[in-house]
Design a protein around this ligand. Structure first.
Ligand code: NOJ
Ligand code: CA
Length: 556
């Protein structure tokens, strides 16, 4: 870090800092569900612009916008029809520029989502591929194959898609195309130079508009080993050797990112990227390397129970890993794909598979097991305050600063997620964490917009609204605001030191005497000496109660 850069100063004061991302607090906006300015029930860029003061007051360093591109919404926008435009239901490119300017003026950087593994079936290239027929250069941009059997009516392989059902779909002339996700999301062929060139163009397009970085969707897909004879799903499932899977996490994918790195480095400061790569922990550093994307999501805490032992191992492992890659580590509890952490922690522990447990709970309509809502929120607040004290970047998901729970009772007729439709009875999908935000106590869609909300909000959202929590002592919103402001002030080197103690308590210090202590148990425990700066719950009798985190400043 150069000496004229002060991590506590917002972007407006140091726009050229190339290390801004290393310990940033990044807030994920799911644009369709954030704020709806024109009252059509869908969140939009004007809505985001109108809420820049809210984001500034929250104290985040950057926003990451989930896709806002033209899309038929077969997968909540992760089916992109045009990578270099804005969905007219969400806004225009001019409004995008206005939004970036407003965010930058507020000291907030902008990260956009890039979806390179697949496009929408509405993308002009896929439409051209359908029209051009087998063997054409248009088809070579995607993964087309003849079927098996005498008349080719059997799929080229029995692979299952990530959303359930077959990963191959037949087109009218008899060929089949690959889609690892929904059938409306055909996979690109990353051996094709036109595909590569088009994504370089897209990265430059948004970088030229002032975007500071990119979140890379399913970054561990893209490269595939597709010979003439394809393995069966059972054969693929039996592969355990790292890098040997034909579809996921192949070493060749890093050539793509090395190429993108050159594009990122054309800019000052270099554009940043964070990989969404669901790979085993030892395979993660390569995605996070300085020659590649530079940073990768670490989803380990998102799978963990609210448990001191699990947290300690995960934190230690990931700090060691980031030290090895040279990147900073990332932390995340909630995003648009998983059951919100206030709800996961309301369910009994299930040995490190809370994400799956949350999905099972949704299947029961949110009744089995019974959620302890108050305990879930209390634990979520403690976990977040712990995370915001860790070295590295913290990724927050819109609504978690309000302590929103997962919405479990969305009627089938109103569900949108393809997971629900493609895996009937097995998975209800991710709509419950994508319900529009409540801004006001009352009113149409609790202030989300005048035209109602595109997913139904529960009545309890009124009391969790921004209006209800703004200025309310002890509210979750005020806790996030206080924590983010203090975090900026206290931020220091990317290291921590564990303080030994009870098995159900985690206690570490940062180099400047910043103590973070979380009590995962139920017995109250004494606090370290020093000035208590912030706690996730009140401290009766001056000791740290169960499911509570404290930040303490001690002399160094
Ligand atoms: C990961 C995204 O986060 C998820 O929402 C999406 O469905 C898949 N990638 C496919 O693009
Ligand atoms: Ca709208």
């Amino acid at each position: 870090m150069t000496s004229d850069i002060d991590p506590r100063q917002p972007l407006t004061h140091q726009p050229l800092d190339p290390t801004w991302w290393r310990q940033a607090a990044v807030y994920q906006i799911y644009p369709r569900s954030f704020a709806d300015a024109n009252g059509d029930g869908i969140g939009d860029l004007r809505g985001i612009i109108s809420r820049v003061p809210y984001l500034e007051r929250l104290g985040i360093d950057a926003v990451w916008l989930s896709p806002f591109y033209p899309s038929a919404l077969a997968d909540g926008g992760y089916d992109v029809a045009d990578y270099r435009d804005v969905d007219p239901r969400i806004g225009t490119l001019d409004e995008f520029d206005e939004m970036v300017a407003a965010l930058h003026a507020a000291g907030i950087r902008v990260i956009v989502d890039i979806v390179p593994n697949h496009s929408s079936d509405q993308h002009v290239w896929f439409q051209e591929a359908l029209a051009a027929g087998p063997g054409s250069p248009e088809r070579a941009r995607y993964v087309f194959r003849d079927g098996l059997g005498p008349d080719g009516s059997q799929p080229p392989a029995d692979w299952e898609s990530m959303f359930g059902g077959l990963a191959w779909t037949r087109v009218p002339d008899g060929q089949w195309y690959l889609h690892l996700f929904a059938k409306e999301q055909p996979d690109f062929n990353w051996d094709n130079e036109e595909v590569r060139e088009d994504f370089r163009r897209t990265l430059r397009f948004w970088s030229d508009r002032g975007v500071d970085g990119f979140r890379i969707d399913v970054a561990h897909a893209l490269a595939k080993e597709l010979g003439d004879s394809l393995p069966t799903q059972a054969e693929i499932d039996a592969i355990t050797e790292p890098g040997a899977h034909p579809l996921w996490d192949r070493d060749e994918v890093h050539e793509v990112y090395a190429d993108w790195r050159k594009v990122f480095d054309e800019y000052t400061p270099p554009r940043i990227a964070v990989a969404e790569a669901w790979v085993t922990t030892p395979r993660r550093p390569r995605y996070a390397s300085a020659e590649g994307l530079g940073q990768a999501f670490n989803f380990d805490l998102l799978e963990a129970d609210f448990d001191a032992g699990q947290f300690r191992t995960i934190i230690a492992d990931n700090l060691a890993l980031s030290a090895a890659s040279g990147s900073s580590t990332t932390w995340v509890f909630s995003n648009h794909d998983v059951v919100r952490h206030a709800t996961r922690y309301a369910l009994p522990a299930r040995n490190g598979s809370t994400a799956k447990q949350g999905r099972d709970w949704l299947l029961s309509g949110g009744t089995e097991p019974v959620a302890d809502v108050a305990l879930g929120l209390r634990r979520a607040r403690a976990a977040t305050l712990l995370m915001l004290g860790l070295p590295g970047s913290a990724y927050l998901y819109q609504g978690e600063e309000l302590g929103l729970p997962e919405v479990a009772d969305i009627p089938a007729a109103e569900r949108q997620d393809p997971t629900f439709f493609r895996s009937p009875g097995v998975d209800v999908g991710r709509d419950g964490c994508r319900v529009p935000l409540p801004w006001t106590r009352e009113g149409t869609s609790f202030g989300f917009g005048d035209g109602g909300a595109h997913l139904p909000q529960p009545r309890t959202f009124g009391e969790l609204s921004v209006q209800a929590q703004d200025g309310a002592p002890g509210s979750t919103l005020e806790l996030y605001r206080a924590a983010l402001a203090l975090r900026r002030e206290l931020q220091t080197d990317e290291t921590l030191e564990w303080v030994p103690g009870r098995a159900d308590v985690l206690h570490f210090t940062r180099p400047n005497g910043w103590h973070v202590m979380t009590n995962f148990g139920t017995d109250a425990v004494p606090l370290p000496d020093g000035e208590v700066l912030l706690t996730s719950e009140p401290l009766p009798g001056g000791v740290l109660p169960g499911a509570t985190t404290a930040w303490v400043r001690a002399a160094v």
